[in-house]
Design a protein around this ligand. Structure first.
Ligand code: 3HC
Ligand code: NAI
Length: 696
């Protein structure tokens, strides 16, 4: 018999120990092993109880996600769990680490559950575009009641042991080694003569208003369907026998398995983990970072400093003057106060961060001992060059010099120093202590260990780090500039910003592009456009309505008005009435007769522009793999996770049709819609973007 499930006897107890590192996923071998060991225990006349315990980091992390999308192999998990529950012996789960998805479902199939206090349980299937598919929707409500069960499975959150005990998911929580506390618990049960206690035989709790719960959950899902399907699966428990409920759950699970949403979310799950795993950095040791400096404590500098303080680093923040330094400290204090309020840090840690770990200064010579510097001053090449010259003069050899520039050329910045190999871009997103994305911009001369240091810092700060090459806007802002231009063209041709925002929000974006622009500040794009025009790079169809808004002092949310009006006290922003006349003036200037765009066409064009530019970014090596683009858009630009990212989405809708669309649009504007060579190549070869992910 395989060693994946160990078997030993302690008195009358058979102990089944799961050994499938790293997280005890319920692979076919684990399922078969558990089945066989159950048989073995039941065949042993001296055994009165069975205990299942995990070795390593977890009880079980759930079904083996790598098996999804392939034909499922027997024994199927619901059958195994039924087999465990139907055992004539008392079966107990002794839980530690995580028990997630199928892992919790195995525990629910046991007759009793004990866990250590650090254990966490949950049914996170919705994050994979699924519902629990091995009895979770049928058994959990019987223990907790319907509403708590639905809350747990529709959010997919991890529930701590203490809460799980109070919800009735666990029977006991005890400090100690999981095997030892488990054995003591089973011995107590045997001594008391405790009976088998199958959850499936427990009474169903009070039903709820299913349609109301379904509609409310569907609305919260912003287009994602699986949370709402959890409601229907729990409802199915009330339609007949337990077995019928199980069948209904399984059918929904298998139906969801066939959806694009499931594919998109599983792509996101694995890509999130693969993104900072770069072959070129294998075995490259990062430099040690203890002391970090931030130059400029404005919006970004203060956010970056906050993120570093929260990660336990010592931060030296340099500003232009004592007053600017005090303002920067104020911003960091406000950020940390938010973290304290949300219970992310203790009052003691908050005090220590501000009083001991943070130093605000104005003199560069104080930076001679820092290990890494992140520059976040104004977006102006001359200012950046001055800052890097000063850093070059004072920083110790080996200090990593990073810029948070959004668009400027890292190679030009590096060339102003005597140590270009130590220079890279670390492009954070606003607010930097909240947003998960970090672009690690690797310049022409950046040393591998400097790039590795960027990734190591990202990990320490809890970021999703993506490698980007040097170009205007790197991965994310470059693609944004293109799809944003596409939106501007649609506005010139007849769509309103509000039609566009509504269509893209319905597609699943957290916010439409015009609402996002208001949030980020319209002045940022204005500065970029002015720079590009000065450099002679004005687009072929230059929309100027956004400039008019800025000239009138409307920078979006921070000034109270942009595309929308954010009047104080208003519950939701309303369209700013000044905008449409500005747009109409632009149309008249350009001699355009506006036409109608429906939501479908808006999404098709916008996505075609995004995918085409993304294909150029991959083709030019700015992003190493399609998945790097997908994760950039997911974690920095509000792209709906259940669609996997723009290139995964493109694969699913079909590259050929997308290329046809692009070629059709190119008839109107051959420059803007020039098809990406990589996209043409993939279509010609009958391949897709994900094939490139697999090759890397
Ligand atoms: N199946 C296969 N591989 C898994 C896995 C799973 N369920 N869970 C984690 N892994 C892999 C990861 O891909 C990673 O592999 P890598 O080292 O090759 O990149 C490795 O295990 C370690 O994972 P993490 O890097 O994520 O480690 P963490 O310690 O940060 O997190 C975790 C561990 C909390 C278990 C996290 O991995 C996680 O949330 N996993 C997914 C859990 C889940 O969604 N379970 C439900 C599955 S669906 C299901 O059970 C259906 C059922 O109802 C029928
Ligand atoms: P900001 O204007 O809020 O802050 C800039 C700060 O730098 C100011 O506090 C200023 O006093 C300080 N400063 C200017 N010159 C200095 C010098 N020589 N020495 C020390 N301090 C100096 O600007 P913001 O928005 O924080 O942007 C900073 C950088 O981050 C820019 O390069 C920007 O492109 C980039 N960025 C901005 C994002 C955003 O959403 N705001 C997102 C990602 C990057």
């Amino acid at each position: 018999m395989s060693d994946v499930i160990g078997y030993d006897r302690v008195g009358e107890i058979a102990v089944l120990t799961v050994r499938n590192p790293p997280v005890n996923a319920l692979s076919q071998a684990v399922r078969q092993g558990l089945w066989d060991r159950m048989d073995q225990a039941e065949a042993d006349a001296d055994v009165r109880a069975i205990m299942i315990v995990g070795e390593g980091r977890a009880f079980f992390a759930g079904a083996d996600i790598k098996e999804f999308g392939k034909p499922l192999k027997e024994p199927f998990l619901p059958d195994l769990i039924h087999r465990i529950e139907a055992s004539p012996l008392v079966v107990v789960a002794a839980m530690h680490g995580v028990s997630l998805g199928g892992g919790l479902e195995v525990a629910l199939g046991c007759h009793y559950r004990i866990a250590v206090p650090q254990a966490r349980v949950g049914l996170p299937e919705v994050h994979l575009g699924l519902i629990p598919g091995a009895g979770g929707t049928q058994r959990l409500p019987r223990l907790t009641g319907v509403e708590p069960a639905l809350e747990v499975m529709t959010t997919g959150r991890h529930v701590g042991a203490a809460e799980a005990l109070s919800l009735g998911i666990l029977d006991a929580v005890e400090e100690g080694d999981p095997r030892e506390i488990g054995l003591a618990f089973v011995q107590r049960l045997l001594a008391e003569g405790a009976p088998r206690r199958p959850v499936s035989e427990m009474a169903l709790p009070q039903p709820i208003d299913w349609d109301y719960a379904f509609d409310a959950t569907l609305a919260r899902g912003r287009g994602q369907i699986s949370p709402a399907w959890c409601v229907r699966a729990v409802q199915a428990a009330y339609g007949g026998s337990f077995a019928q409920g199980m069948q209904a759950e399984r059918k929904m699970f298998m139906d969801l398995m066939e959806t694009d949403q499931r594919q998109g979310m599983i792509h996101a799950f694995f890509s999130e983990r693969a993104v900072s795993n770069l072959p070129e950095l294998k075995g490259v040791a990062p430099r040690d970072i203890q002391h970090l400096a931030v130059i400029g404590g404005g919006t970004m500098g203060a956010g970056i400093a906050t993120a570093a303080l929260l990660a336990g680093l010592r931060v030296h923040l340099l500003e232009m003057s004592a007053e600017a330094g005090a303002a920067a400290r104020g911003r960091i204090e406000a950020n940390l106060a938010g973290a304290l309020k949300r219970g992310k840090i203790t009052a003691e840690a908050h005090g220590a961060m501000l009083e001991q770990a943070l130093r605000v200064l104005t003199d560069y010579t104080d930076l001679s001992e820092v290990d890494l510097v992140i520059e976040a001053v104004f977006e102006d090449m001359d200012v950046k060059k001055q800052v890097f010259a000063q850093l070059d003069a004072v920083c110790k050899p080996g200090c990593v010099l990073a810029s948070n520039t959004s668009y400027l050329d890292i190679d030009v910045i590096a060339a102003t120093t005597s140590r270009p190999a130590d220079v890279l871009g670390l492009h954070f997103f606003s607010p930097a202590h909240v947003m998960k994305l970090l672009e690690v911009v690797v310049g022409e001369q950046t040393a591998p260990d400097v790039a590795a240091t960027g990734f190591a810092l990202g990990k320490r700060l809890g970021k999703i780090s993506v490698r980007a090459g040097v170009c205007d806007g790197f991965i994310g802002n470059r693609i944004l500039a293109t799809y944003r231009t596409c939106a501007d063209h649609m506005v010139l041709d007849g769509a309103s910003p509000y039609d566009i925002d509504a269509a893209l929000e319905a597609f699943g974006f957290a916010m439409g592009p015009f609402a996002v622009a208001d949030l980020a500040g319209l002045d940022i794009g204005w500065a970029v456009r002015k720079r590009k025009r000065a450099e002679g790079q004005a687009p072929t169809r230059d929309a100027t309505y956004a400039d008019r808004l800025c000239e009138d002092g409307h920078f979006g949310q921070k000034t109270g008005k942009g595309y929308y009006d954010y009047a104080a006290g208003a519950r939701a922003p309303v369209p700013n009435p000044e905008v449409m006349p500005m747009i109409e003036a632009d149309r008249a200037r350009l001699g355009i007769t506006p036409r109608r765009f429906d939501a479908d066409e808006i999404v098709r064009r916008y996505m075609a522009a995004m995918v085409n530019e993304a294909a150029k970014v991959v083709g030019e090596g700015i992003a190493r793999r399609p998945l790097d683009v997908d994760m950039t858009l997911l974690f920095g630009y509000g792209f709906p996770r259940y669609r996997g990212g723009p290139l995964k989405w493109a694969d699913m809708v079909g590259l050929e049709g997308l290329l046809d669309d692009i070629r059709g649009y190119a008839v109107e504007d051959a420059v803007f819609w020039a098809a990406a060579p990589l996209l043409e190549q993939l279509v010609a070869d009958g391949r897709c973007f994900d094939d490139l992910n697999k090759e890397s």
